[in-house]
Ligand binder design. Structure first.
Ligand SMILES: N[C@@H](CCC(=O)N[C@@H](CS)C(=O)NCC(=O)O)C(=O)O
Length: 371
């Protein structure tokens, strides 16, 4: 346990340094005073100390009776609160998929809205079980921040939005511009790197939440706004006149977004990984929420049988029941259903699948075998 507390302290000190480094305006690269916070929270996952890598997150979640999922509350299509006060979106559906796999009930989730800046502390202190909030997989987060990244659920890249009448079409046109950006994000760091690489002077105007970032842009306090392209598409529909704004044909970075867990609990990490893979596998096999019962009743394909819990005891290997993947597909849907429901042609976003297509359709989504 002592080892774990030291580890946690170390992570929080590094976290403090990173947040201090990206929390300021202009001088993002200046080292700043770091406050050491002594945290008395008992880390729920002790897997790092056990040779089998079995932690306690699954047990904690089961004993509690519901999952606590860290999400975005300000990103229509991905993580937001609807008119009825319910969390909705692509990321939110992956929280439901985890609950379906564990409890056979997708509603057994409590959502914790988190800003970009708060999210890793919430994960590390055990306030949430999993973070599913448009979070980019980077080396620093995967190591110093004590995070483990499940497979990417959305391959994205950073973009820039401007007013159509601004005449801005390329990066160089942003010389001397004010650019609205959220703090605690890869966005802020990529912007600084790309502008430095192209020798372009600009002023970052930094805020904590998407509402503040896009509010300031809408009020004309910035010439441009930058975030993941998914975020731009999402927030563009919330502007007074979406058609007055254009997302430039520029991609500043790679932003692989996906679920994140704490380090130290391999079993929990495996569960989150395979929940994502189950949604990919459903699409690969052509199994969806509408046809899953009929396929389950009639199949003699051994791979489908293993996937749907009819043979091979795949769920038990994860510490779950064997109908874990059946429940995901039946109750939440396969990846294509989750994507289309939240981002597809029937939504205001109508986002083409692009890189987020199954490998069978030339995309990057590829699940290892469930066997
Ligand atoms: N994918 C990037 C950016 C994620 C991000 O938080 N983007 C902002 C865009 S403004 C956002 O979603 N903000 C919503 C909020 O903080 O409430 C990362 O992981 O750092």
């Amino acid at each position: 346990m002592t080892k774990r507390v030291f580890y946690l302290l170390g992570v929080l000190v590094v976290l403090g340094m990173l947040l201090a480094a990206c929390g300021s305006t202009g001088q993002s690269n200046q080292p700043q005073a770091v406050k050491t916070v002594v945290v008395t929270v008992q880390a729920p996952a002790k897997g790092g100390e056990s040779p089998s890598g079995f932690g306690e997150t699954l047990k904690t979640v089961k004993d509690r009776g519901y999952l606590i999922c860290g999400v975005n509350a300000q990103l229509p299509g991905f993580g937001y609160v609807d008119d009825q006060g319910n969390y909705k979106g692509f990321d939110v559906d992956f929280c439901h998929a985890v609950a379906a796999a564990i409890f056979g009930d997708p509603s057994k989730v409590e959502f914790r809205p988190l800003t970009a800046k708060e999210r890793f502390t919430a994960l590390q202190t055990g306030e949430i079980d999993v973070l599913i909030r448009n979070t980019t997989w980077t080396l620093t987060r995967d190591t110093e921040l004590g995070a483990n990244f499940a497979p990417t659920t959305f391959y994205d890249g950073q973009g820039i939005m401007v007013r159509k009448d601004s005449g801005i079409t390329k990066l160089e046109d942003l010389e001397g511009a004010k650019i609205c950006v959220a703090t605690g994000t890869t966005t802020e760091l990529n912007l600084a790197d790309q502008m430095a690489a192209h020798n372009i002077d600009y002023t970052p105007v930094v805020f904590e939440t998407a509402d503040q970032v896009f509010g300031a842009y809408e009020e004309g306090r910035c010439d441009a706004v930058t975030t993941d392209k998914s975020g731009l598409v999402s927030r563009r529909v919330t502007l007074k006149n979406p058609d007055d704004h254009v997302i430039l044909d520029i991609t500043l970075s790679k932003e692989p977004l996906g679920p994140v867990v704490r380090q130290g609990d391999d079993q929990w990490f495996d569960i989150i990984k395979w929940v994502v893979f189950a949604t990919f596998t459903g699409e690969e096999m052509g199994i969806n929420s509408k046809n899953v019962d009929q396929i389950k009743a009639s199949t003699n394909n051994p791979n489908v049988k293993k996937f749907l819990g009819l043979e091979g005891e795949m769920g038990q290997k994860l510490g779950l029941s064997d109908d874990w993947a059946y429940n995901i597909i039946k109750m939440v849907g396969n990846y294509a259903e989750i994507y289309d429901r939240n981002l597809g042609p029937g939504t205001p976003f109508n986002l083409p699948r692009g890189l987020n297509a199954s490998w069978k359709d030339g995309g990057l989504l590829y699940a290892p075998p469930i066997r």
